[in-house]
Write a protein of this length. Structure first.
Length: 299
């Protein structure tokens, strides 16, 4: 049997070794995943140390690398939540809220849905209360500029979208309407209260929403050119409220406002009737006296 040249034997041996090594190494994609995981884990551990040292800005930079460069890694949503919480702890409201929003936009399947929703609610409540406080007491109580007038209502609107099936959905819808009232957008607020009442008629805040609908129209009637129709609508809404929610703590206030509306209407009817009487138009005056009789049969 002829002997093979030594060079050829060497080639065969090297080929066998390389084949054996290739079989024991992980596939390219698997190796890359393991490498990415180790890098993401190292960045996360570095960020944890920076947080412990109080270097939140540097920690956020590390965490953001995980979110951007290793978004498929299971650490990415956890890193994003840490970013949001760090901003929230520092009361950087807009940055914190937007950071929580990334959970809903890019990590919907993560386990952080509920915590992100709670975080956004916490921020929106703080923005609404801070705005109201600073509006009353003046901008000097905090150094940063007053937030945008419609920031709270926009935040609650986003929360309504993010958590439409969550237990907090009714609360967010109600607060969206309240925020719009405080932002001096009464007609839009009235519409949002109406949405609440239609969606959640049995909710414990339903009486508050029904009262606010009537009360907004009451306030609008006092300064609107369309005063009579708004006043009448407000009366009907207060009557609905009193029938639907007789045990509400707002019932005494609603009754008082109905009396006020009736007195206002009665006074206007008297003035109008007297106007026509003074101009010798008794038939026209009689129409208004008849309306007065319907409003107050005992008078």
């Amino acid at each position: 049997m002829p002997h093979l040249p030594k060079r050829r034997l060497l080639v065969f041996s090297l080929s066998a070794i390389l084949t054996s090594v290739a079989l024991t190494l992980p596939a390219g994609s698997e190796l890359r995943v393991k490498t990415d995981r180790s890098r993401a884990q190292a960045l996360f551990e570095d960020a944890q140390k920076l947080i412990a040292a109080g270097k939140h800005g540097d920690a956020i930079s590390k965490l953001r690398i995980i979110v951007d460069a290793y978004s498929d890694d299971s650490l990415a949503p956890t890193a994003q939540m840490k970013i949001a919480r760090l901003y929230n702890e520092n009361h950087e409201n807009v940055k914190a809220f937007d950071s929580y929003q990334i959970i809903f936009d890019h990590f919907q399947k993560s386990d952080h849905y509920q915590d992100a929703l709670d975080g956004q609610i916490d921020i929106a409540e703080r923005v609404m209360s801070n705005y109201e406080l600073r509006k009353r007491k003046g901008d000097h109580i905090r150094k940063e500029p007053l937030p945008s007038e419609n920031l709270a209502s926009k935040m609650f609107g986003k929360i309504v979208q993010n958590g439409q099936f969550a237990p907090q959905a009714p609360f967010a819808q109600y607060n969206k309407a309240i925020a719009l009232e405080r932002e001096e957008k009464p007609r839009t607020a009235r519409g949002e209260h109406q949405v609440f009442l239609e969606k959640y008629p049995s909710h414990h805040l339903a009486d508050d929403a029904a009262f606010q609908i009537a009360y907004i129209d009451y306030k609008l009637s006092r300064k609107s050119n369309d005063e009579p129709s708004l006043r009448r609508r407000s009366q009907l809404e207060f009557e609905y409220f009193l029938q639907a929610f007789p045990e509400s703590e707002k019932t005494p206030q609603a009754k008082m406002l109905v009396r006020t509306l009736n007195v206002t209407e009665f006074t206007e009817l008297i003035e109008t009737a007297q106007y026509y009487e003074d101009r010798d138009r008794p038939q026209s005056a009689l129409k208004y006296y008849e309306q007065m009789q319907k409003l107050h049969p005992a008078d």
